[in-house]
Design a protein. Structure first.
Length: 721
């Protein structure tokens, strides 16, 4: 027996099978037996996580359909197919331990499959929601009256306003039967209408000669210097029109001998004065300033389109046309799609859409100016398309003009034989901002075109385009942050362009918000619209800012039209009103309990933004503007939603809003008419054929308004409410 002992001890048997992977066994670390295991994953050696032939790998039960998701078995790696053998199982000698190992292996495989399924589910809903959801663009509405037809496109605020309606409230509902002070609404309305028409008639100059004596209307040198500097620090940096050194040379020569100046320069000068004066005008002379700027605008338009039209098909004519397009919008003369289309056709006719590299004989200064002007023409055309119900007629495939070189105006002169080498992209120049806008133009054009294309919009494509615009907006913000102390940029340009980009994002998402308000996937669109509207509305609060550029921006919102006045536009007002309406419908507590108080507190910033906008409209009327529609509509939206929040009668709330605000409107309009009458009597203003006394004596009650208050007095119809 003693001879058998050495044989027994010479055979070394491993009592326990190896369970760790080869890499963990080599590193002598604990292996969690996953595929790949945790230590190999941390060591970034997952491909080396291999279980050798002698390693025990327990079989996995067949996955149930619930675990596999689609019912198909998950693919196995070679390591997963290494099953244990009966010999290996017999080495354990413990049936209970074997069962535990089976259960652990089964649970591990189940966890792996569930994690894979969860990762797939995270992606799959987003794909289906954004790929399958499509909407057609909002159908335009046509308003037909006896004197004017107008098409409200997909970007018009009226489509949002109809979703705010808290009840059927019209002119017939606002009568004296409510518990309101005894006010003669008919009489007050008649007086308000009379004063509004009086001021509007004063603003419109009567030109016996379309091209008036421009030299006689130009202010003093000091005033002109101020207006020119305002223009140069605001619009010129965004919409490049001039070669600044050349302009100032002509400007100095003009003051030395005005009669020797060319008519083209005079037109450029008066339009620049019109643009600059609107941002630096006396509060008490709003109507008078409007009258003067309108006179300059009409004169320039006649010069472009009158008998001398053929003489304007050159760079001087394009410069005047660009300034005129800005002035029409800035001075509230009126935006006209025909004017924007004419500007684009004019640019095509003189070859601005073809890059100057195709014309070797072109001097460097002209080549740089053509690139700058083409970029400006595109921006102005897009700006007009944003406010119109029609397509932007720019085909990027037929245009190959490159962005202007990154050089300063002073680096290039008419005598220069070749363009200087452009500055690095990180160095700011006179054209840096315009070049940055050129990078995003195709995306902004696409955003504007898809609203009027008539084709269905895919949610995935909309989100992708909106995110691209957000990226460009962030890049623009970074540009201003880097060059914060540069004299070439300021907060006017930064805020103006930030609003411009956010408007595009808002209009893209609004298509889905208005047509699919209950779609869960459209919550992103609702949030995007609300965030954009609140940011844009916040720019209306800079009236008393210490920054002169922000104060000028606030002044711009008061006197301009269309997208330029976005914080004070009905588009933003109705979007904020819609968000309030949706929040009120979602709040079941209506202010009771902690959740109700929290919801009410969350709504207060939106109400505060609307109240601020309403007060700005009232300030505009106090300055002498006769435009009351936006003020009336904002007052009604606030009153209606407050009544809804407090569970009060909407009709009574509207009546109270009329009672409280109409008297203020009448007071401010009467004060403006008195100032205009004094100006007319003193002869300080050229009144043309306008007889103020005769106009005030006119009877405005020929139509008979009855006893109720007519919402039409604020330019609003019953159909809106």
């Amino acid at each position: 027996m003693s001879s058998d002992l050495p044989d027994q001890h010479s055979v070394k048997r491993r009592r326990r099978p190896a369970k760790s992977c080869d890499a963990c066994r080599a590193r002598k670390v604990r292996c969690d037996q996953k595929i790949p295991c945790g230590p190999c994953t941390k060591a970034r050696s997952a491909p080396k996580c291999i279980y050798g032939p002698g390693t025990v790998r327990l079989p996995s039960p067949d996955p149930s359909p619930e675990e596999s998701g689609s019912g198909a078995a998950a693919p196995h790696t070679p390591a997963e197919t290494r099953h244990y053998t009966p010999e290996a199982s017999s080495l354990c000698g413990n049936t209970e331990a074997e069962q535990l190992r089976r259960q652990i292996a089964h649970l591990q495989n189940r966890v792996i499959r569930l994690e894979s399924r969860l990762e797939a589910d995270v992606v799959r809903p987003a794909v289906t929601l954004t790929t399958d959801l499509r909407v057609t663009p909002i159908q335009p509405k046509l308003r037909q009256t006896a004197d004017k037809n107008k098409l409200f496109g997909a970007n018009h605020w009226v489509h949002t306003a109809k979703h705010i309606n808290a009840g059927s409230v019209g002119a017939k509902d606002v009568e004296l039967s409510f518990e309101t002070p005894k006010i003669d609404f008919a009489k007050i309305r008649q007086e308000v209408t009379k004063r509004r028409l009086t001021i509007k008639q004063f603003e419109m100059p009567v030109l016996n000669d379309p091209v008036v004596d421009i030299l006689a209307t130009i202010p003093t040198r000091a005033e002109c210097d101020a207006y020119v500097n305002i223009y140069m620090s605001t619009h010129e940096r965004i919409y490049r029109v001039l070669h600044i050194p050349t302009f100032f040379q002509q400007y100095d020569s003009f003051w030395e001998n005005q009669t020797a100046s060319s008519l083209a320069f005079r037109m450029k000068l008066v339009l620049i004065l019109a643009l600059g004066s609107t941002l630096d005008q006396d509060t008490n002379e709003c109507a008078l300033a409007d009258r003067q700027t309108r006179m300059w605008t009409y004169a320039a338009q006649w010069w472009l389109t009158g008998p001398t039209e053929k003489l304007t098909f050159n760079l001087d004519g394009i410069q005047v046309a660009c300034l005129l397009q800005l002035a029409r919008q800035m001075t509230a003369v009126g935006r006209a799609w025909i004017s924007s289309g004419s500007l684009l056709q004019m640019a095509f006719s003189i070859g601005l859409h073809r890059d100057p590299s195709h014309f070797p004989s072109m001097v460097p200064l002209q080549a740089q100016m053509q690139r700058q002007l083409w970029a400006t023409v595109q921006e102005l055309h897009l700006l007009s398309a944003m406010d119109s119900s029609m397509q932007a007629y720019i085909d990027m495939n037929s245009c190959d003009t490159k962005p202007p070189d990154n050089i300063n105006d002073e680096d290039i002169t008419p005598e220069l034989g070749c363009l200087p080498v452009g500055k690095p992209c990180g160095q700011i120049t006179d054209t840096s901002l315009q070049r940055l806008l050129c990078e995003s133009f195709s995306k902004r054009l696409q955003a504007a075109q898809c609203l009027h294309s008539g084709n269905s919009l895919a949610y995935a494509d909309t989100i992708k385009l909106a995110n691209s615009l957000k990226a460009h907006c962030a890049k623009l913000s970074g540009f201003f942050n880097v060059h914060l102390n540069s004299p070439l940029v300021n907060n006017f340009q930064r805020s103006f362009l930030d609003i411009h980009f956010r408007l595009h994002i808002l209009r893209l998402h609004r298509q889905f918000l208005l047509q699919q308000p209950d779609e869960a996937s459209c919550f992103l669109s609702r949030k995007a619209c609300f965030d954009a509207a609140m940011v844009i509305a916040s720019y209306a609060s800079h009236t008393s800012s210490a920054d002169i550029h922000l104060r000028r921006l606030s002044q711009l919102f008061l006197i301009t039209t269309g997208s330029m006045r976005a914080p004070l536009s009905l588009e933003i007002i109705t979007m904020l009103g819609l968000e309030l309406r949706m929040q009120l419908e979602e709040d079941d507590s209506r202010g009771s309990g902690p959740s109700g108080q929290f919801a009410k507190a969350a709504r207060e910033p939106i109400f505060a933004a609307l109240i601020l906008i309403r007060d700005e409209f009232l300030r505009r009327i106090e300055m002498g503007s006769p435009r009351c529609k936006a003020f009336g509509l904002t007052s009604f939206i606030i009153a209606q939603l407050r009544a809804m929040e407090n569970q009060e009668s909407p009709a009574q709330a509207l009546s109270n809003a009329v009672t409280e605000k109409l008297a203020d409107v009448q007071k401010y309009l009467e004060a403006t008419v008195e100032r205009l009458a004094a100006i007319s009597a003193s002869g300080d203003a050229v009144m043309g054929d306008f007889d103020l006394d005769a106009f005030l004596a006119m009877d405005f009650n020929s139509g008979g308004s009855g006893g109720g208050f007519d919402f039409g007095g604020f330019g609003m119809g019953d159909s809106l409410w």
